[in-house]
Design a protein around this ligand. Structure first.
Ligand code: R5P
Length: 292
């Protein structure tokens, strides 16, 4: 029985003061349920509504690509600088410390390797396992205009339905086939289709011309993939432009883990994403942290 002795008998009900519910800071996510928003808050820093996702899921179709031969050695030391880790459940269970307390975005589609036609992916993860692993979101490849277009869209909508059942966000990853033009028109089409069909947020590639029209016409947050390794200053410039033109963050892999100084690079990227640091200043920071 509760102890009533010594209970204060004065109360302050703050009459005349409206109840406050802070609006969720992420674009297009205000109507999501609490659990979904809470998971997103483990991906996007609530202070800036931006994210630096460290993408290391490449092995699901590329095997041990350069920089990811030993994720325990090369990636784990970077975890403290990332807002979120994007990886496969295999890597998560095998080498990622369970003390990592930020968001994990789990790769949830796969099938073909780089030796085959890549657009033929299937769902490769049960929502139940994503919940068991305490994932903050699941990621699925969508091949708009590709061979496996309908199947990949169906993969995404099935994950969206399962995600809505349990409060799990779904990241739609727009994959651009070699035969397709990587321009704003294509990115607008691909990102909008993902958002319309329920993706919680969308990953796409930065395009130099008209990227702001891609972010403007996509009703949910967009993060950019880094793509192939660029010189560090170019990668920082790309990240800067993407953020200034409406991106909510980066999902960057090779431009971090294939850098000559990955820890310096991810710290410089953080400044660009969260503090709007200009590319030259960020590059100077990179060089100084890298001891160059
Ligand atoms: C590729 O399909 C993977 O999903 C990567 O997570 C994604 O491409 C981002 O990595 P990167 O910055 O190396 O392109």
């Amino acid at each position: 029985m509760a102890d009533n002795d010594g209970q204060q008998d004065t109360h302050d009900y703050h009459l005349g003061r409206a109840q406050v519910a802070a609006p969720f800071p992420l674009k297009g996510c205000q109507a999501l349920d609490w659990g979904m928003q809470n998971r997103l808050a483990h991906i996007f820093d609530p202070q800036t509504a931006k994210t630096v996702m460290l993408a290391v899921d490449h092995g699901y179709f590329m095997g041990p690509t350069s920089g990811l031969e030993r994720i325990d050695v090369t990636i784990n030391p970077l975890l403290s600088y990332a807002d979120t880790l994007m990886c496969t459940r295999g890597i998560l269970r095998a080498v990622t410390p369970s003390t990592f307390n930020k968001g994990v975005v789990l790769r949830a589609s796969g099938g073909p390797s780089i030796l085959k036609e890549l657009s033929d992916e299937r769902i490769a993860l049960d929502m139940e396992d994503a919940l068991r692993l305490n994932a903050a979101a699941v990621a699925v490849q969508v091949f708009i205009g590709g061979e496996g277009e309908t199947e990949s869209v169906h993969n995404m909508t099935r994950l969206v339905d399962a995600g809505l059942r349990y409060g799990m966000p779904v990241l739609g990853v727009t994959a651009v086939g070699k035969q397709l033009a990587r321009d704003a028109k294509y990115m607008r089409l691909a990102t909008r289709i993902c958002a319309e069909l329920g993706a919680t947020y969308v990953k796409t590639y930065y395009v130099e011309e008209g990227f702001e029209t891609v972010t403007a016409s996509c009703p949910v947050p967009i993060v950019i993939a880094g793509g192939k390794k660029l010189p560090e200053k170019d990668a920082l410039t790309m990240a800067y432009r993407a953020i200034q033109e409406g991106a909510s963050g980066v999902d960057m892999g090779r431009n971090i883990f294939q850098s000559v100084a990955p820890a310096a690079m991810i710290q410089a990227v953080r400044q660009v994403v969260h503090a709007g640091m200009k590319p030259q200043e960020a590059y100077d920071l990179f060089r100084s942290l890298a001891g160059q």
